[in-house]
Design a protein around this ligand. Sequence first.
Ligand code: ATP
Ligand code: MG
Length: 456
Amino acid sequence: MSIKILVVDDEPLQREILKTILSGEGYETETAESAEVALAMLKKLDPEVILTDLQMTGMGGLEFLQSLPEKSVPPAVIVITAHGTISSAVEAVRLGAADYLTKPVDKEKILFAVQKASERSRILKENLRLRTELFSRFKIDGIVGVSPRIRQIVDILRRVADSSSTIMIRGESGTGKELIARAVHYNSPRCGRPFTALNCAAIPENLFESELFGYEAGAFTGATGRREGLIEATQGGTLFLDEVGDMPLTMQSKLLRVLQDREIRRIGGKETIRVDLRILSATNKNLEEEVEKGTFREDLYYRLNVVFIEMPPLRERCEDIPDLVAAFVRKYNQEFGRRVNDVSREALKALVEYRWPGNVRQLEAVIERSVLLSDGGTLTLDDIGGLLVGRKTINSLGIDLPEEGLNFEELEKDLLQKALQRTGGVASKAAKLLKMSYKTFLYRIEKFGLKAEKDE
Ligand SMILES: Nc1ncnc2c1ncn2[C@@H]1O[C@H](COP(=O)(O)OP(=O)(O)OP(=O)(O)O)[C@@H](O)[C@H]1O
Ligand SMILES: [Mg+2]
């Protein structure tokens, strides 16, 4: 790893001397003639070490030290101070400087201080890497599920997480779309940088642009000061566009431009700012249809959809329910200080058979409530049954109410026909099967023009 150093000094000669000494030792050295220039350079430059003078025209060394941007591994700052101003050097160390040197600077001392500082930076970076590795493993393992579809998704995540490719996640509400997005981020090299979730359905169209791009003072009425947008604030990290199908068309074009040019300009600003972002998006809409209708830009759709992940609804992966229940029981035991240690067979059966229109989020809420209300021990059907809305009617028939609803009359006709088939057309038996009176049964099949062998 080559070590980068930034030298900040308003005296040209001093800059040159330091640069010569450091470059001579193989350090990649850049110089800045003021703290202001240095701060601007730091947007792109990520030095391990900064050497700065304390007394400079314009912003002084102490203020510079306090203005440094936050970093997961901040550069080590070595301040250089004139003889007799030791007290400000001490102050600098209190403010976070790694070391100080007094003028006139001695080559050996500089090299020693720089070596120490860069070693510290190397260790911090290594620590961060190890911590991230742990964190990320934990995060992927946080995705509970043994079903083939979940295992397959986890597999894809492991393969694509450390790239920068865009990922689109589609699924019903509560299926874990945001969980997946976070797992991607915390498993990527970007994990030390921000993860920003933006709900596109929740932002009024006229605020979208300023929210994403920020603005300069005076850009519009009310813009009294400069404000950084979400894109800039997420620099180096991951931007998660939730409900991306609700993004207004005008914003879609602007976002597309960001993806293409990888730079933005604040509203009312002249300066272009390079951006390094990974964009993940989620939707519960069928975006292909939106593209057909012209409400979603096709080019943006392809940009966002390099990797596509479909989250299955919970009812299509019932085999995951026992593990999810166990995980949520553990979580809420801890949170509420309860000691639930088991779930009865009947209760588990009801949970597995339920349709879960609100998916994992609903399951989590049901377990949360029942753990909160329990006295510990075993969760029984009594504890949870009441929380499963409409359970009996749906499950005793084993009928799935499809998303788009169903035609009740057709369903009725179908049931009448099936009952007749099963009883060889004998109306009295078919009526019994459907728990109807003989008369009612005859009345209904007549309504649908069905035939039965009348046997009474
Ligand atoms: N496989 C899973 N393992 C553990 N927890 C999960 C899993 N899937 C979802 N959850 C939990 O369920 C809840 C809902 O998940 P999430 O917010 O990611 O869903 P979503 O798809 O973004 O929902 P919406 O469309 O409503 O925004 C979260 O608390 C999440 O931690
Ligand atoms: Mg969500």
